[in-house]
Design a protein around this ligand. Structure first.
Ligand code: ZN
Ligand code: ZN
Length: 417
């Protein structure tokens, strides 16, 4: 595709008809909403894993947009904020795009929990059976939320801000500094369903949960500055579980950042459109990896994220479409059959012949045979065939026998039941 054509198409890329936006619209993301709705629809269908977390994701964007946010600690802190519930695997199960006061949150929830915990409550509705673990950091956690999640048999916990827990009588930082490193102070409420702990690590770390506090401690190695050696200190069970359970969103973020669709544009709509695609691709790849494990596919045959993305792109470009005409100056229109303008054999180099994505292989569009004019015949790529041939498929660009005895060409393109 020519550059100018690409830019022209990109500048006119729309998800909805802007004329259809109602006057009283309050959804700031209405221009990309159908795309996010369809990504979310799939997220909601996924089977939940046991260990979950709620966190913020940032769609990096520094341009003009009212609801742009700054999130401390993110590699690219400016952008559109998305609250999400993720599995430990990095799979996204649900999300809410932040848009200030008009974010679609239950008003009663906001009154009951406060805004940030209301997000956790809204996202936790995705959890439809008991026995799941849900972790979140001190931005989200509060006392009422933990109690309510406990009633729904969701094991929840995370770091906290003391003032959202009625300032429990824990040891002060000063008192803590006199204790041995690894010491934990624990306070439980009188209904015994919320426990708050302060663990003296480098400094005091405060966490709360509705199911465990000190629990079964393990040991962690820490560098002792004074004695200049490693020491092992006890670590409460809640800290272990929290450290293990958080990080799902970070994993998703990391996977997206590896091959983020690069777009040098100041339009937030374009950023959001391509982020939705990146998000869908990452989630699909994680799903694909799970499927490969279940099907016992050897790890050498499992596509890495880059090749997976290439494969999806290739399939989307070729699937169901006729092979493009290589003649210049004449746009392919419905009237001209591509049969009349085949790719000349010289243009194909056949370096390595890779089987196309099955979406292309079986799409029954334009799989035309061509004779390669080469001196030597090439191995047939139909699985199980050891024949050699000069015939190849113009669309798949792989060699397939087509002789009186063998019609690998047809077999290859017909789905076996
Ligand atoms: Zn083909
Ligand atoms: Zn063959």
């Amino acid at each position: 595709m020519a550059r100018d054509r690409f830019l022209q198409m990109r500048n006119n890329l729309h998800v909805i008809d802007n004329n259809s936006i109602p006057q009283n619209n309050t959804d700031r993301f209405i221009k990309v909403r159908p795309l996010y709705d369809s990504v979310r629809k799939r997220c909601l269908e996924l089977k939940l894993e046991q260990i979950l977390s709620v966190d913020e994701q940032i769609v990096p964007f520094r341009g003009k947009l009212e609801v742009k946010q700054y999130v401390k600690g993110k590699p690219q802190p400016w952008g559109v904020k998305i609250f999400m519930i993720c599995g430990k695997s990095g799979l996204v199960y649900d999300f809410i795009i932040y848009q200030g006061a008009t974010t679609n949150l239950d008003k009663n929830d906001v009154l009951k929990y406060g805004t940030s915990a209301a997000y956790v409550n809204a996202l936790s509705m995705r959890i439809n059976r008991s026995g799941h673990y849900l972790f979140f950091d001190n931005y989200f956690s509060n006392y009422v939320l933990l109690k309510d999640l406990r009633e729904r048999e969701i094991y929840a916990g995370g770091t906290i801000r003391i003032n959202r827990f009625g300032k429990p009588p824990l040891i002060t930082d000063k008192e803590g500094s006199k204790k041995d490193r690894g010491y934990t102070d624990q306070v439980t409420n009188n209904t015994k369903d919320v426990v708050v702990i302060k663990w003296i690590d480098n400094k005091g770390v405060v966490l709360a949960s509705n199911f465990v506090g000190i629990g079964n401690q393990d040991e962690v190695r820490r560098w002792n500055k004074i004695s200049k050696n490693y020491v092992t200190i006890p670590r409460p069970e809640l800290v272990q579980l929290y450290n293990n359970g958080m990080g799902g969103v970070d994993k998703t973020d990391h996977l997206i950042s590896l091959y983020r669709i690069f777009i040098r544009s100041k339009k937030w709509t374009l950023r959001m459109i391509f982020h939705a695609i990146d998000l869908a691709l990452t989630n699909s790849w994680l799903e694909y990896q799970e499927d490969c494990k279940i099907c016992n596919i050897p790890s050498t045959d499992v596509l890495d994220l880059l090749h997976f993305r290439q494969r999806v792109a290739e399939a989307l470009i070729k699937m169901g479409h006729p092979i493009p005409s290589r003649k210049r100056g004449r746009p392919a229109s419905g009237g001209s059959s591509p049969v009349n303008s085949p790719v000349t054999p010289k243009q194909h180099r056949f370096r390595t012949e890779i089987r196309p994505a099955s979406e292309i292989q079986y799409d029954t569009v334009d799989h035309l045979p061509e004779y390669d004019q080469k001196k030597e015949a090439t191995r047939c790529k139909n699985p199980g065939c050891k024949g050699k041939t000069h015939v190849y498929c113009l669309k798949c660009v792989i060699h397939l026998c087509f002789t009186g005895e063998r019609n690998c060409f047809r077999k290859f393109h017909q789905k076996q039941e």
